[in-house]
Design a protein around this ligand. Sequence first.
Ligand SMILES: [Zn+2]
Length: 325
Amino acid sequence: VYAELSARFSASCNVCDSRRIRRYDHRIARMLPFFDFFECKQCGLVFVHPLPDTSFYAEGKLPDFPTEEAWVAPFVDCAERHAGGRGSMLEVGIGSGGFLAEAHRRGWDVHGVDLSEATLEHAREKLGLPNIHRGPLSQVAFPDGRFDVVAAFNLLEHVPDPRKTLLEFSRVLRPGGLVVLLCPNISAAYDLLVQEVLSGHDPLHINWIPPEHLYYFNHDTLRRLLSAVGLEVIADESSLTTALWAQHAERIGSHATDPRWAELVDRINRSPLPRGDGRLREHWADVARLVSNRVTWSLVSDVVELEKAGGAENACLLVARKPGN
Ligand SMILES: [Zn+2]
């Protein structure tokens, strides 16, 4: 028992190196009893410790993130705006490959690294992307200073050692090169609502999902980590993530479910069964699915308004620069 306790508390903070760590005593952590969550008293980083086995990524399925231009083009625009043009780009954790494919189409010299065999095959065979490498990044052996831009979207919260990962980003960047980094924000309007209003129930399952998510950042901890590895934050583009989410809400949002709701109520009205409990039960599966859908998207529509009004976007999107040149 003592050995286990000392092993648990031997962790130091990945962001600030402090050993002043306490249990993250929050409703959401208590809802995930198979994982131990801790919080750094110094900087507020939240993390899972000990680290669970993550070998499942190797045979992971292709993530179902959108690949269409409307979703990925704003991220490529963002990289181009800050880089001042097109050059060589490495994406670490390429997922569905949409971002890299768009950058490739625009003439960037693209390289991608991922752990999942399905993802690598999809990028090579379906998207026809060149320079797709099996990770982890530390084993690909890119030379120092190889890239103008290193991009990583929804990656840093998954890796066992985010500091080491960012140091590797910095190593493969040329002096003056840029990191474009996106990860979920646990201080986001959405997360606050999930924790404080929805009793920890996240209808979209987007943030508190160990063993996938091991580190839980907000703007402050992410900025600290970037500066701890010598990268200088030059832009905060987080509002872009709200704009994309708003687009999502427009397409699938609560109003889009209204005609389906009217159709379902009409179907119940026309049921040959007599009015009463049984009549509703006949349609119960459809009712439950559609109500859950409408509640979720109405929540997202509210969150988008909150994010626009108050900041606290669902993800942190920071652009940082390696000093030099
Ligand atoms: Zn810390």
